[in-house]
Ligand binder design. Structure first.
Ligand code: URA
Length: 245
């Protein structure tokens, strides 16, 4: 059945949106924490149509989402792990219900890298965005320690051999922004790939910021540490972006 006509009890809706076990959600409703369009609902078994459904939990408005798709502008000193070792987890930047519904980072950024990260609880979407088969391009702004010379740019484009790799890795494009800064597009997401490629041309990454994944650019108005839902159009655009050869 499509979401258009599907109905669910309030208890099940809250559970599906990450508000706890069904029993906890039932208790939330009975404790008068949940309203629908401003009307307090105390019966957890009232059914609502899911399409466009909106509810309030202690005055915070939530929209029903069958799957979660979001982006974070990652700050430095956060780890892309549920169990971070040295720093806070980027999952701690999200509200608890979103964490609870099991969203995962799609690919990881290093602790000191900043910028665009996508998260979702839709396995198909995660696979589409992260599978090496699709070669979804990622664009990084790279600040180097030493001025970047044309030979270095050329070598990044023709390919560098990194330890433990079977083939040379090359950038899809490298654009020189200023003496120390380049914008580099990669089709793979190997471990520390930008840092290792830049080191392989005898330079060093001082700062790394991801600005784009596939067709999606980090919005300039999304502050560092902030997150937002992807729009339906953005999810569609990402899903339909062509395979890179
Ligand atoms: N390449 C790196 O070296 N680090 C990142 O965080 C992402 C890409």
């Amino acid at each position: 059945m499509s979401t258009m006509t599907k109905k669910m009890t309030l208890e099940r809706i809250l559970h599906s949106q990450g508000f706890g076990s069904r029993k906890e959600c039932r208790t939330m409703v009975r404790n008068e924490w949940v309203s629908v369009h401003g009307e307090l609902i105390t019966d957890p078994f009232v059914e609502f149509e899911l399409s466009g459904f909106q509810f309030e939990v202690e005055d915070e408005v939530w929209h029903y989402r069958e799957q979660a798709y979001l982006m974070i502008n990652k700050p430095p000193h956060y780890e892309c792990s549920q169990k971070p070792i040295h720093h806070a987890s980027i999952y701690s930047l999200l509200p608890e219900p979103i964490r609870e519904r099991g969203v995962q980072c799609i690919g990881r950024l290093d602790e000191d890298t900043t910028g665009l990260i996508l998260l979702s609880d839709d396995g198909q979407f995660i696979h589409r965005m992260s599978s090496p088969k699709w070669k979804v391009p990622k664009v990084y702004q790279v600040t180097c320690k030493h001025p970047v010379d044309p030979d270095q740019v050329q070598t990044l484009l023709t390919g560098v051999m990194l330890n433990d790799e079977l083939e040379p890795l090359q950038a899809l494009s490298v654009e020189q922004i200023d003496d120390l800064t380049i914008q580099m597009t990669l089709a793979q997401g190997k471990y520390h790939q930008v840092k290792r490629m830049v080191a392989a041309v005898s330079n060093r990454v001082e700062a790394l910021h991801r600005v784009k994944i596939g067709p999606l650019t980090l919005p300039t108005d999304l502050a560092q540490g902030a997150w937002r839902w992807l729009t339906e159009a953005e999810v569609e655009l990402l899903m339909q972006s062509p395979k890179n050869s």
